[in-house]
Structure formats: C-alpha cells, structure tokens
Design a protein around this ligand. Structure first.
Ligand code: SF4
Ligand code: SF4
Ligand code: FES
Length: 255
C-alpha cells in the first residue's frame, strides 16, 4: 500500500530580512522508487514554486544535491523514500554558506580549501607542450585516482563535528585532496612544504578520528586510510602535533 509522506523542510531566505528560519510541512503520495530528487521536484511543481534546492546530474556525479535527511548528510538524488520513515525532515548541509532553504554554496568552501592547499601539481620546470607525457606506475595511478573520485558534495564536511565548529579546519575533503597531491610523483612539493601548511589543529592534527566522514561519504572514499597516511607521513617527517592550549577553566578533581 502506498504511503503518504510528510516532509518537514527547512525554509529560510537569508537575503530577505522578513524571512525567519522555520520548518514547513508538505504531504506527498509516495510512488515506487521515488527519490528525494523526484519528491522535491513534485513539491515544487505542485505545491510551492519558491522552494530552493540543488540538483543537476541526478546520478551521484555532480555533487550538488547534498542535504541533511533526518539528521544525516546524504545525496538527495540517490536516496529512495522507501528507505526512509513516513516523516522526512530535510535541512541544508551545515558548514556551508546558505543560499536559501536546502541550497548551500559548497563551491565557495571547496574553492577556499583548494586555494589553501594549492590543489594543483607543482612543478619547477616550465611546462613543455612538446615533451612526451610522463609515464606513471599503474598501481600508483589507481591510488591517486581514488582521491580524484571525490565529487565535492560536502557530505563529509557536514558530518564532521570539527569542521562544524572550526571553519579553519581543512576538513575531510581537504585532507583527501592533500593526500592526492602528496602521492603524485609529478608534484615537487616536499614534506616540509606540505606540513608547514597542514600539520596543526586546522589540518592533519585537527581530525579527532571519529570517522563520521568515512560513514557518510556517498562515494565510499577510503578516508580512514587518508588520515592514517597523512599522520604517518607527518610524524615520520618530524612534524609532531603541537601541544593543545591549556583549558581556560580547570574542573576540580581533573588535574
Ligand atoms: S574523522 Fe576527522 S575529518 Fe572525519 S569527521 Fe571525524 S574529525 Fe572530521
Ligand atoms: S570526500 Fe566523499 S563526502 Fe566528502 S566531498 Fe568528497 S565525495 Fe563528498
Ligand atoms: S544531482 Fe548530482 S549528485 Fe545528486
């Protein structure tokens, strides 16, 4: 028997001073194999054309449809309503600038991160378009490609408690990007160049390792291995974590 689903959707237009953040309720009859993409489009077409959300590819490739579904960051285009309860609560991804309702600006965050870690191959020799393409070992190329599979959806950042409280933290997607370029033999940056930038609490040693990012990544990127690799590299290069600052308040009996 088909269900009537209740959607509780976060609404707010930050550009409109008269708009207040609130949840708005919509009801919709479920159809077989309905995704959140289909459900939200039907709500917008049939009930409220002002509803804002992002989708482009509808096939887990473009990374634009990340949203919080009952408190968990997921891709809306590949989430079936049949896997969700009768009441579905939708929020925008935290950690990103809100455009309106469920739409956030992940591009701004990813651009800032990419500029900070200089996410491009650094070579000292000037580019020679006539030179033959450099060969790369197949296994290494495959390992680098693992990092390239990130679709920049932002789900890992939204699921990361550290990224949510520390906007300077390079985030799980940033750590993944660092490892990708660190492994690339064409990139001539040395360990010192890297760890000057990322060996503090805003970088490699900011991660507390609870692995929410690993659990929610829709592309199943091996983020656990990323952190293990970066920490081993940092420690073997002599970049130990800097001591944490003393707490301002000392709770009695904890010294
Ligand atoms: S493991 Fe690290 S990067 Fe991943 S969610 Fe936890 S703190 Fe964030
Ligand atoms: S690492 Fe995974 S969750 Fe994070 S942005 Fe990339 S694809 Fe999305
Ligand atoms: S619409 Fe492109 S990833 Fe979902």
């Amino acid at each position: 028997m088909s269900r009537t689903l209740t959607f509780e959707i976060f609404r707010w237009d930050p550009a409109d001073p008269s708009s207040e953040p609130h949840l708005e309720q919509f009801e919709l009859d479920e159809t077989p194999y309905m995704t959140l993409f289909l459900a939200l489009n039907r709500i917008r077409e049939e009930q409220d054309p002002s509803l804002q959300f992002d989708f482009a590819c509808r096939s887990a490739v473009c990374g634009s449809c990340g949203m919080m579904v009952n408190g968990r960051p997921v891709l809306g285009c590949r989430t079936l309503t049949q896997d969700l309860p009768d009441t579905i609560r939708l929020h925008p991804l935290p950690g990103f600038q809100l455009i309106g309702d469920l739409s956030v600006d992940t591009g701004k965050w990813f651009r800032g991160m990419a500029e900070r870690v200089e996410a491009w191959v650094h070579e000292r020799a000037p580019f020679d378009p006539e030179a033959p393409e450099a060969r790369m070992d197949d296994d290494l190329a495959q390992a680098i490609y693992e990092g390239e599979r990130c679709i920049e959806c932002g789900c890992c950042v939204a699921g990361c408690g550290v990224a949510n409280v520390n906007p300077k933290f390079v985030g799980p997607a940033g750590l993944n990007r660092i490892k990708r370029f660190m492994m690339d033999p064409r990139d001539e940056r040395g360990d010192e160049d890297w760890f000057e930038v990322v060996s503090d609490e805003h970088g490699v040693f900011g991660c507390v390792g609870l692995m929410a990012c690993h659990d929610v990544c829709p592309k199943d990127l091996p983020l656990l291995e990323v952190y293990a690799y970066l920490r081993r590299k940092a420690l073997s290069s002599g970049f130990a974590p800097k001591p944490r600052p003393q707490p301002l308040l000392q709770i009695e009996g904890t010294t």
